[in-house]
Write a protein that binds this ligand. Structure first.
Ligand SMILES: [Zn+2]
Length: 250
C-alpha cells in the first residue's frame, strides 16, 4: 500500500470507529425521534417520559402479525422475549421484528422454570434459543427474561445476559379484558417503566395498541429495553436483574 493508500485506509478506519461510537450514543434518540416525525418536539432530544413495552411467549402468527402492523402504523418499537418452540417456522416474523426496529430477547426454548434446572438443563433452554436466534439474525447479545420472572443466584450466574423483569403487569393472561388491561397500564406507567404483556392473545394486542395511543397523548415515548438503557446512560450487565429504569439512577 502506498502512502496515499495508507492515508485513505486511516481515514476510512477513523470514520468507521467514529460511526460505531456515534451510533452507540445517538441511535436511540433517532429511533425515538422517528416516532413523532409528524409532530416534532422543537427539534430537541426528547426528555421522556419513556416506557418500554415488552411481549412474552410469542411469536404467534395470528396475534403477533396484527400487533406488528399496529406498532408499525404508530412508529413504535417494542421488545419481544420469544420462545424457541414458537420461533420455529416463524423465522420470517423474527426477521420482520428486527427489520422494523424491535428488540428480540430470550424467553427460553420451552418456557422452562429456570430456577429448577441444572447447569446443563439451563444451557439447553437458553443457549439453544440463543443459537436459533443468531442463525436468523446474526451474532448479537440477547437479553433474557426468565419465564414467570423466576430468578435465583444460579440463573444470574449462568444467564450470560442482562435479566429483564418488569414493573407494570396487568396480568393479561388471567382475564382477557383489553379495556381493563389498558387502564391498568395507563394509570400506572411512570418514566422508565417496563410494561409486560403477551403477544399471544387478541385482547393483549388490543390493550397494547390502546395503551400506546393513550400514553402518547400524555407525552410518553415508547422505546425498546436497549434504547431505555441507552437513554438512561446505563450499561446493562450480564446476570444483573432490572425491573425498571427510572431517571436519575445512572
Ligand atoms: Zn412467559
Amino acid at each position: 500500500m502506498d502512502r496515499t493508500g495508507e492515508k485513505i485506509a486511516a481515514v476510512v478506519l477513523a470514520a468507521v470507529l467514529l460511526g460505531t461510537l456515534f451510533m452507540g450514543t445517538v441511535l436511540p434518540y433517532q429511533a425515538v425521534r422517528r416516532q413523532r416525525d409528524s409532530a416534532p418536539v422543537s427539534g430537541s432530544v426528547p426528555q421522556g417520559p419513556f416506557v418500554a413495552l415488552t411481549f412474552d411467549d410469542g411469536p404467534r402468527t395470528e396475534t403477533t402479525v396484527r400487533l406488528l402492523d399496529g406498532l408499525a402504523q404508530r412508529g413504535v418499537h417494542a421488545t419481544f422475549f420469544v420462545l424457541g418452540v414458537q420461533v420455529e417456522g416463524r423465522e420470517d416474523i423474527i426477521r420482520r421484528m428486527d427489520a422494523e426496529g424491535h428488540q428480540i430477547g430470550l424467553h427460553t426454548a420451552h418456557h422452562a422454570k429456570l430456577t429448577g434446572l441444572t447447569a446443563e438443563g439451563f444451557y439447553e433452554e437458553v443457549d439453544s434459543l440463543r443459537t436459533t436466534l443468531m442463525d436468523i439474525l446474526g451474532e448479537r447479545h440477547f437479553m433474557l427474561r426468565p419465564p414467570y420472572g423466576m430468578v435465583n443466584p444460579s440463573v444470574q450466574q449462568w444467564a450470560g445476559a442482562p435479566i429483564i423483569l418488569w414493573s407494570v403487569d396487568p396480568q393479561d393472561w388471567s382475564d382477557r379484558d383489553s379495556a381493563r388491561q389498558a387502564e391498568h397500564l395507563v394509570s400506572r406507567a411512570r418514566d422508565g417503566d417496563i410494561l409486560l404483556l403477551h403477544d399471544i392473545y387478541d385482547s393483549s394486542v388490543d390493550a397494547a395498541l390502546e395503551t400506546v395511543d393513550r400514553l402518547r397523548e400524555q407525552g410518553f415515548w415508547f422505546v425498546t429495553v436497549e434504547e431505555l438503557f441507552a437513554l438512561r446512560g446505563i450499561k446493562p450487565e450480564d446476570g444483573t436483574i432490572y425491573r425498571c429504569l427510572p431517571p436519575g439512577n445512572a
